[in-house]
Design a binder for this molecule. Sequence first.
Ligand SMILES: [Zn+2]
Length: 343
Amino acid sequence: MIQNSTPIQVWENPLPTDVGNSVEEFLSKLGGPTLLYLPGRDHSRIRAVSTLLHGNEPSGVRAIHHWIRSGEKPVVDLLCFVGSVKAALAAPKFTHRALPWQKDLNRCFLPPFHGTEGQIAEFLIEKLLEAKPEALIDIHNTSGRGPAYGLSLEEDNTHKALVSLFSDTLVITHLRLGTLMELAENHFPSVTIECGGAKDPDSHAVALKGLERYATTESVLTLDGIWMGEVLNNPARLELCDGAKVAYARNPVPDVALTLPEEVEEYNFGILNPREVLGWLGPLGLKMLCVYDAEGKNVLPEYFTERNGCLFATRPLKLFMVTTNPEIAESDCLCYVVAADEK
Ligand SMILES: [Zn+2]
């Protein structure tokens, strides 16, 4: 049933009775990164979906498991990739983005493809190029709570149509991080969906509803009507300098570079006003923070300033991908920022 001599296993036509009663059982059966081919009614076309590139983001794989168990046939063939299975299964389940000795798989889609994760990335992209899908949707969760949104490199109706299956918020990014979407976009329309918080049942519902639409809609590349949603352009990443620590607390924590309030996730897609204190800076102030734009330039002064040891926005900002997980904040980023007046 499962072929296993490559960095990724291939499982053709899994039946509803093959995939276990729970998503945990499904992942145990997979055991590692797996491509599942689900035959559709129209074999002349194929669509790709990827998920669990991060082992702590379960909404997408829950949706795929649910879809296979439904026994429904997709309208066209579906190629489903389930990535960081081992990280997801490591106790406590769904808490490891990657295992401690692994690289972040969704930063490895960039040649040269070194190491185990590089090989997985290279093999996946080869398989996708062979399959020539109409589109790719890569399903994630955010580490903090917040509404679902889509990410795309392109702002056209094709990408809006793909995102609209899941959400009415689209973020156009020019940041280059080595993600699957960035590499796949060279070959076919690709979007990333952030379904909202990993533990939030609403996020699972967004993933399932969106996957059902992707699997059952005759044409997913054309907008049904006009796009009524929100488009946010060109986010930058607020990061800590290497080795700098963040704390989430009600009051400033001594000796960390930045203390953010415990409820900072409430800013996800909300507006941060220049009069509001976002957080408390440590002894080295703004020196321990960076804001990187798409060119990799530190543009912090355009976005943030310091007054009396506190961190303020220089102008109204929209924040997203805000997390309260210090590990993610320290190793990846604190959040993404967009000027709220930019459309
Ligand atoms: Zn992710």
